[in-house]
Design a protein around this ligand. Structure first.
Ligand code: OAD
Length: 253
């Protein structure tokens, strides 16, 4: 049954339709990065209100930074999995390809993806709370908690989107634009519960895209998806890839 669906999906992707992808924490799960809402999910062990809100940071910046430092150490030691690697390869073959991610771990980039819209920021970037300047920071572990801006001495914060904060407007606008142009949208490893990310596939669908979901289990999106492939992203994506015509996958240039 799954095998049949995989072949069918490969048949849809073979003619290289305008392809937009939305990924969530599930795409990094097989690399060993915890998801948020699964059985071992971060929000089962920690309260988001204590660690991932502007109010929490205002109250206890060191505590928030300790949690981010711990996550950075975890992510630092893992590698992209075959789901990330397959998507990085596909970027080269689909003439229209946009990868939208809710993940902040940077594993898509580590796998080689370059055309990425990061909806929720990036854990390897920090932002000055006074001037708003963004810096890359890959120090693991951090030498100082909380870290301070080397330019002005103000507190730095993680360059990620917290609960109650708006997503970066330019990134969100590009994401909606891509969805309006998509012929096919693949939604991989997201519980499809967090807005506005969860509305992107619905928007793509309204604009005529075929929606293909890859997840371990049904989500609120499943009702609207044309295909739901239940299984691990790191297994299903390579299987779809195997069924694509090989000439489509030759590297150009
Ligand atoms: P969740 O933790 O809510 O959902 C992860 C999804 O991945 C679940 O639906 C799992 O069934 C699925 N999953 C787990 N392992 C998988 C695998 N190997 N292959 C395929 N699917 C798998 O994570 P997100 O949907 O990404 O926001 O969460 C959205 C946002 O909520 C996050 O970006 C974060 C969080 O609060 C912010 O930090 C702003």
């Amino acid at each position: 049954m799954l095998e049949e669906k995989i072949k069918e999906v490969a048949g849809i992707l073979a003619p290289k339709p305008a392809l937009v992808i939305l990924t969530g924490a599930g795409v990094s799960a097989e690399s060993g990065v915890p998801t948020f809402r699964g059985p071992d999910g971060l929000w089962r062990q920690f309260r988001a209100e204590d660690l991932a809100t502007p109010e929490a940071f205002a109250r206890q910046p060191a505590l928030v930074w300790e949690w981010y430092d711990w996550r950075r150490q975890k992510i630092h030691s893992v590698e992209p999995n075959s789901a990330h690697l397959t998507l990085a390869r596909w970027e080269k073959y689909f003439p229209f390809f946009v990868l939208i991610t809710q993940n902040v771990d940077g594993l898509h980039q580590k796998a080689g993806s370059t055309r990425i819209l990061e909806l929720h920021g990036n854990i390897w970037k920090v932002r000055c709370t006074r001037e708003g300047k963004v810096f890359e920071n890959r120090q693991v572990p951090l030498s100082q908690i909380p870290p301070l801006c080397s330019d002005c001495g103000a507190l730095l914060r993680p360059h990620v989107v917290w609960f109650g904060e708006a997503l970066p407007a330019d990134v969100l606008e590009e994401a909606f634009k891509a969805c309006s142009q998509a012929s096919v949208m693949l939604v991989i490893g997201t519980s499809a519960l967090v807005q506005p990310a969860a509305s992107l596939p619905l928007f793509a669908r309204q604009h005529g895209a075929t929606i293909i979901e890859i997840n371990l289990e049904p989500t609120p999106l499943s009702t609207y998806a044309d295909f739901s492939l239940y299984g691990r992203a790191g297994e299903i994506l390579p299987l779809i890839d195997q069924h694509l015509p090989r000439e489509n996958l030759e590297v150009k240039g």
